[in-house]
Design a protein around this ligand. Structure first.
Ligand code: FES
Ligand SMILES: [Fe+2]
Length: 362
């Protein structure tokens, strides 16, 4: 009975470098990963980059067509794009090789004198392409050679994301913070509400009401939770004042966990907060957070709502960061032991089982 509550991931998986190498190969490479948003890729030569451990991926707009490549030059392996986003040709900053939409180096300075590369040579030097699909404004990439379609990978969650993309199209801000913690510590913290009444008792805890259920969808899960009467009334008042147009679905609070590293927190159909937990090293991750609101006219009232959302979120993240650092320190001492997961932590158990299946795959 007791052992049935043990998680599927041993403690050393939260700090061991070898484990991160295996995770990159078996968890991240075969999965579709949220890379960013079409909002940042509207124009020719707009680009975004995504960093997952040692892997860097560039997504680039070529005359309206979005392409994803390994962000490594074919010449002497420099990074091609070095910023997280921008507008710039896909050109290596080292010796200036310029790549086209097929990842083929078209502009090679002094090619005749230096290399004499012909058409076939250039084609053989094409960048490694990655699969790319969009769901609404959300851009996903996959490093596997032959992944399932994004819709199959996400299952029913695909329709939820498509809905949120349309219902909350206005990004009011975006942040990236790094923490000296394994990515799974942060991600698992976001996957359970058991800690809310302790860590967030004076912040998030004041807004949440009854549990309304959980859906497990393939390796993903969705948690539905009611809001307190006060919170619902506040949102209704705000929606009226700033003329937000709330979507019909998801009237309460929902928490989507997308395997392996994305969380979506939606409130009242008028806001969604999206987070990705990107591993940097075995003991450091980057949390990218973006805040999205339903459409409505601009103005001071809307700005005030946006600011209060950001303030609450910043406070919640600071509260979580403190406990995550404590967990990371404890994991170091726990050897191969596995954590205990109670019923309110069953979404972590679900994630850990999916993770373990991937890690065991040959
Ligand atoms: S390393 Fe990219 S052009 Fe030389
Ligand atoms: Fe939390």
């Amino acid at each position: 009975m007791f052992d049935g509550l043990r998680g599927a991931i041993p403690a050393d998986h939260y700090w061991c470098d070898d484990v991160l190498a295996t995770e990159l190969e078996r968890v991240f490479t075969p999965s579709w990963l949220l890379a960013g948003f079409t909002d940042d890729l509207q124009n020719h030569q707009d680009f975004i980059t995504l960093q997952i451990g040692r892997h860097s991926i560039v997504v680039q707009n070529f005359k309206g067509q979005l392409k994803a490549f390994r962000n490594v030059c074919s010449h002497r392996f420099s990074r091609l794009q070095t910023e997280s986003c921008g507008n710039r040709r896909l050109q290596c900053p080292y010796h200036g090789w310029l790549y086209d939409a097929d990842g083929i180096p078209r502009g090679i300075p002094d090619n005749d004198a230096a290399f004499s590369l012909g058409e076939a040579d250039r084609a053989a030097l094409a960048l490694k392409p990655y699969r790319l699909e969009t769901c609404g404004r959300y851009v996903f990439v996959c490093m596997a050679d032959d992944p399932p379609p994004l819709r199959d990978f996400l299952g029913r969650v695909y329709d939820d994301l498509d809905y949120f993309s349309a219902a909350c199209p206005d990004r009011i801000s975006q942040t990236s913070v790094e923490l000296e913690v394994n990515w799974k510590v942060g991600f698992e913290n976001a996957a359970e509400g058991y800690h809310v009444s302790v860590i967030h008792k004076d912040s998030l805890g004041l807004t949440l009401g009854d549990d309304l259920g959980i859906d497990f969808i393939a390796d993903h899960s969705v948690y539905y939770r009611g809001l307190t009467d006060d919170t619902r009334a506040w949102w209704r008042r705000m929606a009226r004042i700033v003329k937000l147009e709330p979507g019909e679905r998801f009237p309460d609070s929902t928490n989507h966990i997308l395997f392996p590293h994305t969380v979506g927190l939606a409130t009242c159909g008028v806001s969604i907060v999206l987070q990705t937990y990107e591993p940097i090293t075995a003991t450091r991750f980057r949390c990218n957070t973006s805040y999205w609101l339903a459409d409505g006219p601009p103005g001071a009232a809307r700005d005030a709502v946006a600011q209060s959302l950001r303030d609450l979120s910043t406070r919640i993240m600071a509260e979580d960061a403190g406990v995550c650092l404590g967990v990371q320190a404890g994991m170091r001492e726990a050897g191969h032991a596995r954590v205990l997961l109670g019923r309110p932590e069953n979404r972590i158990a679900h994630f850990q089982q999916a993770y373990a299946r991937h890690m065991e795959a040959a």
